[in-house]
Each structure stands twice: as structure tokens, then as C-alpha cells.
Design a protein. Structure first.
Lengths: 100, 269
């Protein structure tokens, strides 16, 4: 009976454990990807360079800049959802801080 | 609600406090009286003026409480104010997009960070920054390497002569040699540029290169008195390498890459 249960359930238990572990990992990777604005900054700098080098015209720059700005907003939004710090928006001197 | 949608909403002004206006801060300077810099601020020519505390001043303009996207228009407005201020003052640039809710909050920043601002302003007195990006033309550099490197030239000739019979391994070998020689050349060029600029600059800082043609992305801190010498030197080096390298030289800038004061700021909600 015990043996039979194991045999019957084994194929199900296996993948479930496996999947859960993978999902945690995927979740973490996705979260990092959603909240990291480094690649967006790099894209913006690369775009700037292309304009400076005369590889794209002004209209193309403006179009692609709008896409990049949208990505910035999305990252900001996700960071807020995950309770992470965001740049932009009103700030004030942190109250805990005396001097530094 | 997708992030995109709500973010788009947020580019609209969020209601501010009773004054109805926040303060966008461009930079910190040393000045013990108030001062106007004209209608050159971010968001379409807002009036730029100072908020003073003792002998420190924050250069600000009024702004609705919004998040400023780093668009070219906004970034240029931020930089233009700093350039204008820089003609007369040594300044500590603030990060792009720094908005305080009120003058009181700006004063709190000046008070709480007074010593650090003062120290850094002292250190940065009459220092300016120049940006230097160097890009190479891959084909020309490869051609130069083939001229200079006997082994590569020989191998290449051999492969070209015996195109049909030349082995995959010979080609692989050539590719590897060229790659290594290019990396060596890149390091050599960069080292030479740094060496030549050492005497006319105070410090330098290299950032990550952008794209695959860039071999140097650096900022140099220069004494105002040495500006002309630095300028001439950069031009001389770019002439020296004009067949191989493309120099992108910008400035003078405020010392963006040489000032790092970690401000303890929090979201003002």
C-alpha cells in the first residue's frame, strides 16, 4: 500500500517540487528584471551616441526616446509595487538623519 | 491596471501643498545673498533663483510636484541652468529630477548637509569637468594591425593565397590573433591618452563604454586655469590618432563624476 502510494504519487510529487523551486527562482529573476533601470539607462546613452554620430535623425531619436521613457515609467511603477526606492518625485531630508 | 497606464497618469501633476509649488534643485553654490539667474528653468523657462542658508545657496526654480522624465529636453534644461551658474560659481550638481516640496525642505537640506557641501565646494573650487569618449573604426584599426603585426600579415597572406585549401584552423588562428591584437591596441591607445592628459588634469574617472566601438568613456577633472592647456592637449591627441580613432570631447561640465555626496533623502508624500 505504502509502496503503491509512493509509486503512484511519485511522478506528481516530483514535478510539483521541481516547479515550485523553479517558480521562486523565476520570480526572483523576473523581479530583478522588472525593477532594474540600468539597461534602460544604457539604451538611452547608446541612443544619444547614435544621434551624436549622425547615425539617426532627430525624428528617429524622438520616437525611440519616447519608448525608453515609457520603459523608465514601467520600472518605476514596478519598484513602487515591490516597495523599493525610486528616483524622481518629491524628496525631503530623511528625519532620522542629523548630519553627515 | 498595468504599470504603464498608471505611470502615464503620474506624469500629470500630483496636488502639491498649500503653496501649490515645489522646488526643483539644480545645484548648490557658495553665496551669502539671493540671486536671480533668469527664466531658464526646467518645464518651459521657469524663473531660476536661490534659496539661501548662511553662505550656501541652492539654485532652484518653482515646479509642480511631478516626476521629470530624463528626456533630452528636460536634461538639457537642467544642464543649461548648471552651465549658466557655472560661468560664475563653483557648484555641486544635484541629480537630475530632484524636487522638494517646499522652500522649507530645501533649507533643511542646506542645514543638514552644510558641512559636507562646504567641504566639497572647497575641494572643487575652480575645477571643471570634461568628458572624453573615444570610438574606433574597427576596419581601420584592423588594417593598422595587419600593417604592424608580421605574424598576422603572414597568416593572412597565406590564407588569401591558398583560399581553397586554407584550413578552418588557420582562419580561427587568424581571428584569435586579430582579436588579441585589437585588445592590446585598445589598451595601448587608452593608456597613451591617459598618460598624455595626466599633467593637464587633476583626476580622471572612467565609466562603462557604450556600444562596441567605444574604447574609452572618461571624465577628467581640470583646473580652470589649465582649461586651455587641457583643450590643446586633447586636440593634439585627436590629431595624432585621427586616422584610427574618433574623439568625442564635451565640456566644461560641473564635476558630475567627481562629487558623490550621499544625501539622506526620503520620499515626501
Amino acid at each position: 500500500m505504502g509502496l503503491l502510494t509512493n509509486i503512484l504519487l511519485a511522478p506528481f510529487l516530483g514535478p510539483i517540487y521541481g516547479t515550485r523551486w523553479t517558480l521562486d527562482k523565476v520570480d526572483r529573476v523576473v523581479r530583478e528584471e522588472l525593477t532594474d533601470d540600468t539597461p534602460i539607462k544604457e539604451d538611452l546613452m547608446a541612443l544619444q551616441l547614435q544621434l551624436e554620430m549622425g547615425e539617426i535623425d532627430d525624428a528617429e531619436y524622438v520616437r525611440r526616446e519616447a519608448e525608453i521613457m515609457q520603459r523608465f515609467r514601467e520600472v518605476r511603477e514596478w519598484r513602487e509595487k515591490f516597495g523599493m526606492s525610486t528616483s524622481g518625485g518629491p524628496v525631503r531630508v530623511a528625519e532620522s538623519d542629523e548630519t553627515e | 491596471m498595468t504599470p504603464g497606464e498608471s505611470a502615464a497618469e503620474r506624469s500629470e501633476p500630483i496636488p502639491a501643498d498649500s503653496t501649490g509649488e515645489g522646488k526643483y534643485v539644480y545645484c548648490i553654490i557658495r553665496l551669502d545673498r539671493s540671486r536671480e539667474f533668469g527664466e531658464i528653468g526646467i518645464g518651459g523657462g521657469a524663473r531660476v533663483y536661490t534659496v539661501n542658508h548662511n553662505d550656501l545657496a541652492a539654485v532652484v526654480s518653482d515646479t509642480p510636484i511631478v516626476i521629470y522624465d530624463p528626456t533630452r529636453e528636460n536634461v538639457l534644461a537642467h544642464e543649461f541652468v548648471n552651465e549658466t551658474v557655472m560661468r560664475e560659481f563653483t557648484l555641486i550638481p544635484m541629480s537630475f529630477g530632484t524636487v522638494f516640496r517646499s522652500e522649507k525642505d530645501v533649507l533643511a537640506l542646506l542645514k543638514s548637509t552644510y558641512q559636507a557641501f562646504t567641504d566639497v565646494l572647497e575641494k572643487m573650487q575652480d575645477k571643471i569637468e570634461f568628458g572624453l569618449k573615444i570610438l574606433w573604426d574597427r576596419d581601420k584599426v584592423v588594417a593598422a594591425i595587419e600593417r604592424e603585426n608580421d605574424e598576422i600579415r603572414r597568416l593572412k597572406d597565406e590564407i588569401t593565397r591558398n583560399a581553397a585549401s586554407s584550413t578552418y584552423f588557420a582562419r580561427m588562428q587568424l581571428g584569435r590573433l586579430v582579436e588579441a591584437a585589437m585588445e592590446e591596441a585598445s589598451n595601448r591607445y587608452v593608456a597613451d591618452v591617459h598618460e598624455q592628459l595626466k599633467d593637464v588634469s587633476v583626476a580622471s574617472r572612467s565609466s562603462k563604454v557604450i556600444g562596441d566601438r567605444m574604447i574609452l568613456n572618461a571624465a577628467f577633472l581640470v583646473d580652470r586655469q589649465a582649461e586651455k592647456k587641457f583643450d590643446e592637449k586633447v586636440k593634439a591627441i585627436s590629431r595624432q590618432y585621427e586616422d584610427l580613432l574618433n574623439f568625442k570631447y564635451t565640456g566644461p561640465w560641473p564635476p558630475y563624476n567627481f562629487v558623490t555626496i550621499k544625501l539622506k533623502l526620503e520620499k515626501a508624500t
